[in-house]
Design a protein around this ligand. Structure first.
Ligand code: MN
Length: 253
C-alpha cells in the first residue's frame, strides 16, 4: 500500500488536501480501532467516497449513489487510490481545475472492524465483510468485487451491500441525513465558507422540501382512506403548477 498514486494526482501547493508526506510509522500498539469515513464529494459528478483504514492508509472507493441501508440494494463502488489517514478529516474545497475539484463534506465517520480473520485475504478474494461503527452507518456490510462494468476504466469495481441486521432499513439515509457529521454544514454552506463554487455545491444537497408538502394536512397521507372521508381530500391540482414550471425552466439556462 502506497500513496504514490494519490500524490501524483495532486498539486499540494494548490489544493488544501493533505499531502500524506508524513508517513506516520504507525505506533505498534495493538490495533485499537480502525477509522472509517464517508466523504460526500460534489466533483464532476456527485459521489460518496467510502474509506476504510488499513495498514496505515485509507482504502478508498467512490460510490456514485452513496451507501444504502437496504440489503436488497447493491451500490456500485469504484475502487480508487489509497488515501493518507489524515484525509479522513478533510472537509473543504478542492480548487476547480485540480484533481477532484469541488466541495468535500465529511458525511459520516467512526470506526470499523473486519469480520474475517484475514482482511487482506478477503480483499484479495473480492469478498470483504466488515462492521461499521459510525454515526449514520452501522452494522454489517460487504464489498464484493465484480467483473463487468467499471472494468474499462481500469478501476476495480465492487458492490457495497448492507447485510441484514438490526440496522438494515428502507429509509434513504443520504436523503434524510445530508449534512456534515462534523460541522453540520450542507455542501452549499461548505462552499460558501471556503470560497468554493456555491451553485455547483448546492446541486449535491437535497432539494428543500416543497412548501405545499409541509402545509398538506398531516393525516391525509397517513390514515388509510375510509370510503367516505377520502372523498373530502382535494385532488392535487396539476394545472395550477404549470406557469411556475415554465418560469423556472427559463431561468435555468
Ligand atoms: Mn471523490
Amino acid at each position: 500500500m502506497t500513496l504514490t498514486k494519490y500524490q501524483e494526482k495532486r498539486r499540494f501547493g494548490v489544493t488544501p488536501e493533505p499531502s500524506g508526506d508524513t508517513v506516520k510509522a504507525a505506533p505498534k500498539k495493538k490495533a485499537v480501532s480502525l477509522a472509517f469515513v464517508v466523504q460526500k464529494h460534489r466533483a464532476t459528478q456527485l459521489h460518496y467516497d467510502f474509506r476504510l483504514e488499513l495498514h496505515g492508509v485509507l482504502l478508498s472507493w467512490a460510490v456514485p449513489k452513496g451507501p444504502s441501508l437496504d440489503p436488497s440494494v447493491k451500490r456500485l463502488a469504484m475502487q480508487v487510490e489509497d488515501h493518507p489517514i489524515e484525509y479522513a478529516s478533510f472537509e473543504g474545497v478542492i480548487p476547480e481545475g485540480e484533481y477532484g475539484g469541488g466541495t468535500v463534506m465529511v458525511w459520516d465517520n467512526g470506526t470499523w472492524e473486519p469480520e474475517q480473520p484475514d482482511p487482506d485475504a478477503a480483499l484479495a478474494k473480492g469478498d470483504f465483510k466488515f462492521t461499521l461503527y459510525g454515526k449514520k452507518l452501522h452494522g454489517s456490510w460487504v464489498l464484493v468485487r465484480t467483473r463487468g462494468f467499471g472494468g474499462s476504466s481500469g478501476k476495480p469495481s465492487w458492490l457495497l451491500i448492507k447485510h441484514r441486521d438490526q440496522y438494515a432499513s428502507q429509509r434513504d439515509i443520504a436523503e434524510e441525513e445530508p449534512l456534515s457529521i462534523v460541522t453540520g454544514r450542507s455542501l452549499q454552506q461548505i462552499a460558501q465558507d471556503e470560497g468554493g463554487n456555491v451553485a455547483k455545491a448546492a446541486t449535491g444537497d437535497p432539494a428543500l422540501p416543497a412548501k405545499e408538502a409541509s402545509e398538506a394536512p398531516a393525516d391525509a397521507a397517513k390514515t388509510k382512506p375510509k370510503s367516505k372521508a377520502s372523498s373530502k381530500r382535494k385532488p392535487r391540482s396539476r394545472p395550477a403548477r404549470k406557469p411556475a414550471k415554465a418560469a423556472s425552466r427559463s431561468r435555468k439556462k
